[in-house]
Structure formats: C-alpha cells, structure tokens
Design a binder for this molecule. Structure first.
Ligand code: F3S
Length: 753
C-alpha cells in the first residue's frame, strides 16, 4: 500500500492514500469491534480524528477529510467567490469545476454550445480564470456533464468525494463514496476545514440473479425508488452487494448510484469488483485498478456487516419499469404500465423521448439504445416522437460518432444536443407544445418533478431506461410494451423489436474527442481573476468585518418571522438563481418569503427609523446604510430545506448580527456560524411570544462561551426592559469564526501564520 499511485491522469502530486486509509480503519476497528459495511469503511478511513471521533450511525457528526471536491458551473460561482475572499493562494484539496448546467438545448450540439458560450461568457471567463489562479482543474463548456467526467477521470474505489450537485453519488459506480453538498461545504474543504456529516445509517440492497433482455441497471434503481420512496433514503447510504452485482457494468452501477439521490440517500455505492477494474482499464487507469486490487479486502463490506434496513432484489425476475409522472418514486412495471396510463388519464401520445443526461449516457447506454433504433430503421420506420440525445461527455460523443451510434440516432430522426445537462435542468427551448397543454414526455433522466424539464406544469414527465425511451418513442404511445406488443413496419407488416444489445465498453477504446480541459498553469501568481465591475451576475466578495469585541446594543428586530421559514423563504430560487454569483443583487430576495408576525404578510415590515412599511431587503439596506445592526426573530426549525449558502450570506451582507429562533435546521445554523453570524435559540421556546416586533434588543456578545447561555436584553417601546437567556451550539473553533468575522477569515488567518 506504500505505492504512489496518482488519483487521475490530469494532476501531478495527488495520490491515492490507501495506506493512511487502512491505518485509520485499523484504529476505528479496534474501537468499534464489529464488522463494518463498505460505506462505513470509506467514511471512517477518512476521519479527521479516528481516535477521538464519536461514531454512532444516525447520531454522531463525523468530521471528515474528503479526497476531492467537484463543482458544477451554477453552484461553483458562489463557492469560488467565497473561497477567494479567504485570500488563500490555492485550494487545499484537489478540486475541479465543470461547465454543464448553463447550455440551453435549442437547435443541436454545436450551435447551442456556441450560443451558450456567448450568453454566459462572463461566468465562464470568471470560472476559467479563477480555476487557473487557485489551482483548480477546469472543464470547459462542451466537455460534458460533471458526473460522467468524474466517472471517466476522477472517481476511484474507496475514495471520498464531495460535489456541489445532487447527483454526485454517480461515482459510486466506481466504489467511491461521492456525496452531494451545498457550496458552503465545498468551500470548507477547499479551505482545508474538516467537513461535517451526520454518521449515515446504511441500507443494504442485496442483488441476486442477473439482468437480461429489456431489463437494465436503471430498472434496479427505479424499483428501489418505488420501495423506499423519495424520503426513504434520508440520512442513509445505500450499499449494494450480492452475486447480482457482477452482471452490471461499472457505468450501469453509476446509473443506480446516481438516481439514489431521488430517494434522499446521502450516497449510494457498490463494492470494488472486476467490472470496475475493466472500466478503469478502458479509461487508461489500469494502475489504479491494480492498486485497488491490492487493497480489495477493505473495498467491500465485512462478512456479517449489519444494515439498518435490508432489501433484496432478484434481477432475473426484475421487469423494466417506468416511473412518474411528477415524482420519481411512482414505479410501474412495464407489464402494468398501459393499464396505469389509462386509469390515470396520462396523455397517451409520447411527444418527446430524451436519452442521455448524467444518469444514462454511457457507451453501453448509447449502444443499446442505438441497437433498438437500428432495428426500427431496418424495418423502415423511425421515431414517431421527437427524439433527443445528450451525450454525457465529449469522450462519449466522439466515441459514438466514430462507432456509428450517433449516425443511427440522427437517421432515426434524433437531434444530438450538446454534451451537457440541457433539458434535464430545464435548459430547453421546447417548441412543440404550448405552456399549459397536457402532454407526455419520456426520458432516461433521474428527476421528473413538475415543470423541471420544460417549465410546463402540465407536462407528464416519465423516467425509465434509455432502452424503453427509444421503444416508446418508436411507438409514440405510452400503452406500448416492447416485450409483448408488435409494431407495423413500412409495409404494414407486424414485427417485434428485438431486445437491446450493446457493448459495455468500446472495443476500439474510447476516442477522447476534442480537448476540453484546462489545467491550472504552473505559474499562477500573475493570473488575474476576471470579474467585470459592471456585471450583474458576478461580484467579488470582500471578507466580512471581524467582531468589534463589544456587546451589541439597541438593535431593531428586522422581522419577527412566524411559522415555517425555509431557506426558500430566506433566499428564494427561481429567477433569482441568475444572481447566485452576485451577493448584493441576490440579497434583494432576502427573507421576502417570510411571514411577518406583525401583520401576517410577506415582505412588508416597518422601518423603525422612518415609520414607513417597506420590503425586507429595502429596510435592511437602509439600516445598513445608517450603520444599524439588526436581528431576526424566527420560529421553529428556522432554515429548513436545501443547504443554500445564500440564505446565510445575505443576512450577513445586509448587516444582520443574530438570528434568534425557537429552533434551527442544523445545516442552516452551521452555515450562519460559518458566515460569522450568531444563530441563537430561546432557552425557553415560549419566550418567542414575549418579543414584540417593535422592541429593541441588546445581545451580550461578550458572554459568548462554549456551553453557556448568552443574555438577550429586550427593551419594549413602552415598558420595562427584561432579560431572556438564549442558548447556542458554538464550540471553541466556531467562536473563533464569530470573532474573526467568518470561518473563512479564520482559515485565512491560520494560513498566513
Ligand atoms: Fe445535469 Fe440533470 Fe445530471 S441537471 S447533473 S444531467 S441530473
């Protein structure tokens, strides 16, 4: 295990550290003294402190040291801006950025890419220059979808990766624990803070039998989603094992792990096996495959490993499934699907079939799909539905162009779109139906929530394997079952489609296609990060001010929020996402969804300096301009929802000091601490009711100490002042964040010393 094996073929100096991992694991084993699941082995072998860390599944918070970070271009903007504000010369851990989310599908690959490069120029220029400056690998627009690129280049068995995208678990197809996170977590790892994760539970899925015919790896996760539902994986890692694993290709395993995000799982993964070795070899990483073989004993679960829940699936009996509409866990086997479509009045005509996306765009997926399309062409027919293909990477596109599948799709009537997310994330200029018109589309993607693909709430979006997408597109009907039903050939004669066939890996090897990677230059000192001062999409961040060392007095309550206040109420998504790289502009959505306890209305609060009612961001800006710090009073579970870091950055940016609530959603609470805010809770939740929106408050910040309450002095407009104890969860390190102004300021200070 002493060997120096590089993590990938792109970077020098970043090695796979099986030796350290095995040492950490030995320490944890001697403490826990029980067989471990594979997921546990990966996590525990990446502990910051294997000796001292408390480990209880579903209870403890693990402090981890991931091997890598990956960001897509939408979430990378704020992550990198924050990282820059720390003033460190380069990222502390290997990081890559992938341009895949901002390319709109309209006319086809080349034209769409050229248009996107124009529209998003300032974002791409910023990301490219920031990556060059801070030693980050940059994958240009056109390179492909983040998760496909990670699988092809960066994933390795036993590794721990965090990525700022929900489908990061795709790398589980190569036995990596790959976890989707918010931007704030990515920044921590870039800046060398340990990364915190609640020790996940582990759900075991035992696969027996083997796949054949029309059934594909996608059907395994479609079935699992049906069993566990969209909430069933929350707080858990799904770990697959059993003899059925060997009938799956590495990319097929990737598909299964990818869509595990739809059941809320922390991640999903497969144990290291020969199919992974074959894939590593095919992607020019034989040395990694050999190294993994030498550590293979720890790249799988121990005998007798215990699972919090166990599911068994016999692949020999598994039917192809179609899930949806509107939710990915409504799973229907193909034999029942026509019936279900009728019973539920789903529009029978298939308007569009879409294959590809990060979920299903491997060489195997494309080959099998092309074999069905070719079968139809041989019978003189084409796709009845509109048909699109999003190759997962430039390498896949170039390889299927060389080997003929791409031409088959075009002959079949398909449009080959850019190597990017496209319609999967709503980047789709759909023209064939009007908004509001009920219609059905079927894709090999993973998510099918209302309006996701085309912004039309009446679109019934179904997810299935690429194989079934092609078959249903040929028939143009949801009631078609390719296993039993016939089609008419060009002469009106009945025929049945043959089950799909296709190679897992290209016989002639992969064709890398165009070079779409920008390595960071050796000399990075002179690189200037490009941000136009007039941009409305990007803005450099300045470090937040350090604490002035004093108690804060006479602060107004900006808003006393009542009831549910999610991160969406605090920082709304939708059209605001355009400004995710511009903190000042996006701050115009701060708390506009929160309900004011004073009047029961959203986005209408009183400015105490003028007596006028105004929008929340406007009042906050006015206070800030007048040098007045403010607080927010919140209700139960304040900040639940997505981990959006903007929800913590905005109040800090607009001059907030503290958020005082009955309780917090934990991630938001931590995010606030990271930005140098004080998340505090009423020691007695009933005290929430004693606060009036017009009151002024003092917070005795000088009292802040681990495990001790801190005093809130409430000064009602008419009446006696009174004191309320507030609780908090700051530890020593986090108190330093508050004192220095933020976690990043703290890291920057350390880096300088
Ligand atoms: Fe992109 Fe859709 Fe995957 S948005 S990352 S292709 S889930």
């Amino acid at each position: 295990l002493d060997k120096k094996v590089k993590q990938n073929n792109w970077e020098e100096g970043n090695f796979i550290n099986y030796k350290k991992m095995s040492e950490n694991l030995a320490i944890v084993r001697s403490r826990l003294n029980r067989p471990l699941a594979y997921a546990e082995k990966i996590l525990y072998s990446h502990l910051d402190d294997p000796h001292g860390q408390e480990i209880e599944r579903g209870v403890s918070y693990l402090r981890l040291r991931p091997d890598r970070v990956a960001c897509q271009d939408a979430t990378a903007q704020m992550a990198i801006l924050q990282f820059m504000s720390a003033g460190m010369p380069s990222v502390a851990n290997p990081t890559t950025v992938h341009c895949d989310h901002l390319i709109e599908a309209q006319q086809g690959g080349e034209k769409d890419l050229a248009r996107a490069v124009g529209i998003n120029k300032e974002v791409y220029d910023f990301l490219a220059s920031a990556c060059a400056k801070y030693n980050i690998g940059f994958w240009k627009p056109g390179s492909g979808i983040i998760h496909q690129i990670l699988l092809e280049n960066y994933a390795f068995p036993g590794g721990l990766l965090i990525g700022t995208d929900s489908h990061t678990p795709n790398a589980g197809g190569l036995g990596m624990a790959a976890i989707g996170v918010g931007g704030a977590d990515a920044v921590d790892v870039m800046a060398n803070l340990p990364w915190e994760l609640k020790a996940p539970k582990v759900i075991g899925v035992k696969l027996t039998g083997s796949l054949s015919g029309w059934t594909s790896p996608k059907d395994i996760i479609l079935k699992v989603a049906g069993i566990l539902t969209v909430k069933g994986g929350t707080g858990a890692i799904v770990e697959y094992f059993g003899p059925g694993v060997d009938s799956l290709s590495a990319t097929g395993m990737g598909t299964i792990c990818n869509m595990g995000a739809e059941i809320g799982a922390t991640t999903s993964l497969f144990p290291f096996n020969d199919r992974m070795y074959d894939y590593l070899k095919a992607t020019k990483r034989t040395e990694i495959g050999d190294f993994a073989r030498s550590y293979a004993k720890e790249l799988r679960q121990d005998d007798g490993a215990e699972y919090d829940q166990l599911i068994e699936i016999n692949l020999s009996e598994l039917e192809p499934h179609i899930n949806g509409p509107f939710t990915p866990d409504l799973a229907t086997p193909i034999s029942k699907f026509a019936e279900a479509a009728k019973a539920n009045n789903w529009p029978d005509e298939v308007k569009v079939g879409l294959i590809g996306s990060c979920t299903n765009s491997s060489y195997e997926d494309m080959s099998r799909a092309a074999s069905i399309a070719r079968d139809a062409l041989n019978h003189g027919i084409k796709s009845k539905a509109l048909f699109t293909v999003t190759p997962g990477s430039e390498q896949i596109r170039a390889t299927i162009a060389r080997d003929g599948q791409l031409q088959t799709f075009e002959e079949f009537g398909g449009v080959v779109l850019a190597n990017a997310c496209g319609p999967c994330i709503g980047q789709w200029d759909r023209q064939d139906v009007k908004k509001g018109e009920a219609n059905s589309i079927i894709s090999s993607y993973n998510r099918n929530f209302t309006g996701r693909n085309d912004g039309n709430p009446a679109t019934h979006s179904f997810v299935t394997s690429p194989d079934l997408v092609v078959a249903m597109s040929i028939a143009g009907s949801l009631s078609f079952n390719p296993l039993t039903d016939t089609l008419k050939d060009k002469d009106g004669k009945d025929f049945k489609l043959s089950p799909p066939t296709g190679n897992g890996l290209p016989e002639r090897g992969y064709d890398p296609g165009q070079d779409t990677y920008q390595a960071p230059p050796k000399d990075r000192a002179n690189v200037t990060v490009q941000v136009s001062p007039t941009s409305d999409r990007l803005q450099l961040l300045s470090p937040f001010n350090a604490w002035d060392g004093k108690d804060a007095t006479d602060m107004p309550i900006l808003i006393k929020a009542q009831g549910k206040t999610t991160t969406d109420h605090i920082s709304m998504a939708g059209p605001w996402l355009k400004y995710r790289g511009h903190l000042d502009n996006i701050s115009n959505n701060m708390l506009i969804g929160a309900i004011n306890a004073a009047n029961g209305e959203a986005n209408k609060i009183k400015n105490f300096t003028t007596g006028e009612w105004d929008a929340v961001p406007a009042v906050a800006r006015d206070y800030k301009a007048k040098g007045i710090r403010w607080v927010v009073i919140g209700d139960w579970n304040y900040g639940e929802g997505s981990s959006r870091e903007h929800a913590a950055l905005e109040p800090r940016h607009l001059g907030g000091l503290a958020i005082i609530t009955r309780s917090f959603a934990r991630i938001h609470e931590t995010n606030l601490k990271k930005q140098g805010m004080l998340p505090l809770t009423f020691s007695d939740p009933a005290d929430y009711d004693r606060i009036n929106p017009d009151d002024k408050v003092d917070i005795l910040c000088t009292e802040l100490a681990v495990g001790k309450p801190i005093t809130l002095r409430v000064k009602p407009a008419n009446g006696e002042a009174f004191e309320i104890p507030l609780s908090h969860t700051f530890n020593e390190a986090q108190i330093e964040w508050f004192k220095n102004g933020s976690a990043l300021n703290t890291m920057a200070k350390k880096a300088k010393n």
